[in-house]
Design a protein around this ligand. Structure first.
Ligand SMILES: [Zn+2]
Length: 89
């Protein structure tokens, strides 16, 4: 299944992530990884199973998230989510 979500809001973030063409996250939607990371970070979630997260992702060859590292994307989303959490304090 290919991701059909609208990731237009985070294209500038996707653009700066490292390329991953042959790793474990190959062809997985890095933008979805970012959204999940952000959600986890904004809740200060501490139990994270990244392997399960990556396995749950749909594939994507679209836009800036094409061939981007879902590991880096999840981590970027997580820190952005944590910063969002503290910005609301
Ligand atoms: Zn997606």
């Amino acid at each position: 299944m290919a991701c059909k979500k609208d990731h237009s809001r985070i294209q500038t973030i996707m653009a700066i992530l490292p390329i991953d063409q042959g790793g474990k996250g190959r062809h997985k939607c890095a933008a979805c990884a970012y959204e999940l990371g952000f959600e986890a970070g904004s809740q200060l979630k501490e139990k994270i199973d990244l392997e399960q997260v990556l396995n749950s992702l749909e594939e994507s060859q679209a836009k800036e998230q094409r061939h981007k590292s879902p590991h880096a994307s999840y981590a970027q989303g997580y820190i952005d989510g944590v910063n969002y959490f503290y910005s609301k304090q």
